[in-house]
Design a protein around this ligand. Structure first.
Ligand SMILES: [Zn+2]
Ligand SMILES: [Zn+2]
Length: 381
């Protein structure tokens, strides 16, 4: 079934009419301002709002948000389409009834209605425009050996990329952990063994274990958790690092001309994942605190206090494309240009390389044989 209306590039619910011609302004990453593609009019972000470069993104109380304490957080309602294939929820304009999923290129025609969620607190504005993102993808494809020859050209030509603000949670917390375990110290003893019929003295390593207990403390700042599952881990794990010092208070202007994905990982589940990240670091702290040559951990009890969170949107460029009937995805960090993706392999190029390798090996062997021959010739004189 063909979708009735497919969203045109840059169509989102965040619209800002150009004061001079009435066309839609969009956020321009290169100039970090709003720009009209139609007449070239430019407007600075922040000129019309209370936010500015100096404003920082406020931390929110996690408990209050989890208990849905009235007034703890601001909610907003947006209209979203849900992808039946990857589960992504992409925010759309009231007029859009169908769209191609930017994450997996599946035509999405589902009407899912409205989605009520915690309003984002911060946004990391795109620093990389579409042209720069396309260049980063081109360079990445160009570096790849064994990609089919036509692919780079194909990927460059008319590949539309989607600039998507992806939902994340960040958590801060004070932790204090009591632990019980054992410290292992290596000591050596000598032993006499029979070797070849003769007695011989050898050093043997032993470990002496002593029970220990103690306490470690750590303040966690901005533990980052992806609040969406529409991209496989292998993509998102490769996107960091993010420079979160560049976060600005949420303003819809930054979303003009881009898409925003709604979070599908709830805040409670997000905190679970953040705790897992914290626990790995606490375990490392405990091992360090135990000291010695080896450590055994029997128990860690962690008190977590003063948990705060932020809901932030981070910028990624996504290109989902089909090449010879197969779907591939390339994801680019919209702040740093770091690329992670899938690409086809050329069987022909691999075969050629293997053949070349064999020829080189054969050639070297022939050369060695020749030189040995000439050496032996010299010797006989
Ligand atoms: Zn204009
Ligand atoms: Zn999808």
């Amino acid at each position: 079934m063909a979708p009735e209306t497919v969203a045109a590039p840059g169509e989102t619910q965040h619209r800002f009419p150009c004061p001079s011609c009435g066309a839609d302004l969009r956020y321009d990453p290169t100039g970090q301002q709003l720009k009209c593609d139609h007449c070239g009019h430019e407007t600075a972000i922040g000129a019309q709002g209370p936010w500015g470069a100096a404003a920082s993104v406020r931390e929110m109380d996690f408990r209050a948000a989890l208990d849905a304490t009235p007034g703890a957080v601001d909610y907003e309602e947006t209209r979203v389409l849900t992808c039946p294939s990857c589960g992504a929820q992409v925010e759309v304009d009231e007029r859009i009834h169908a769209q191609v999923c930017p994450f997996c290129a599946t035509p999405v025609v589902t009407e899912t209605g409205r989605n009520r969620h915690i309003r984002p607190h911060g946004v990391l504005p795109f620093a990389l425009g579409e042209a720069a993102a396309r260049d980063a993808m081109g360079r990445w494809l160009g570096r790849l050996w064994f990609a089919p020859s036509g692919l780079q050209e194909f990927a460059r030509r008319g590949r539309r990329m989607d600039g998507i603000y992806t939902p994340y949670w960040t958590f801060d917390a004070d932790t204090r952990s009591h632990y019980a375990g054992e410290r292992g110290t290596v000591y050596y003893t000598t032993r006499t063994v029979m070797r070849n019929g003769k007695p011989e003295t050898v050093q043997v390593a032993n470990i002496r274990w002593r029970p220990v207990q103690g306490q470690v403390k750590r303040f966690f700042d901005d533990v980052l958790v992806l609040a969406s599952r529409s991209l496989p881990d292998r993509f998102t794990a490769a996107l960091p690092p993010w420079d979160l010092s560049r976060l600005v208070p949420y303003a819809a202007e930054y979303l003009a001309g881009f898409r925003a994905e709604a979070y599908t990982v709830e805040i409670g589940d997000g905190f679970h994942e953040a705790r897992a990240q914290m626990d790995r670091i606490i375990e490392r702290d405990v091992r360090f605190d135990i000291g010695g040559d080896h450590q055994r951990i029997h128990r860690i009890d962690t008190d977590v206090a003063n948990v705060t969170f932020k809901h932030v949107l981070l910028p990624i460029w996504v290109a989902a494309y089909r090449y010879r009937g197969q779907a591939y995805r390339v994801v680019i960090n919209g702040q740093t240009g770091r690329v992670q993706g899938e690409r086809p392999w050329s069987a022909l190029k691999i075969a050629a390389a293997v053949l070349l390798g064999l020829l080189v090996a054969g050639g070297v062997g022939y050369w060695v044989a020749l030189n040995q021959d000439s050496l032996s010739t010299i010797r006989t004189y």
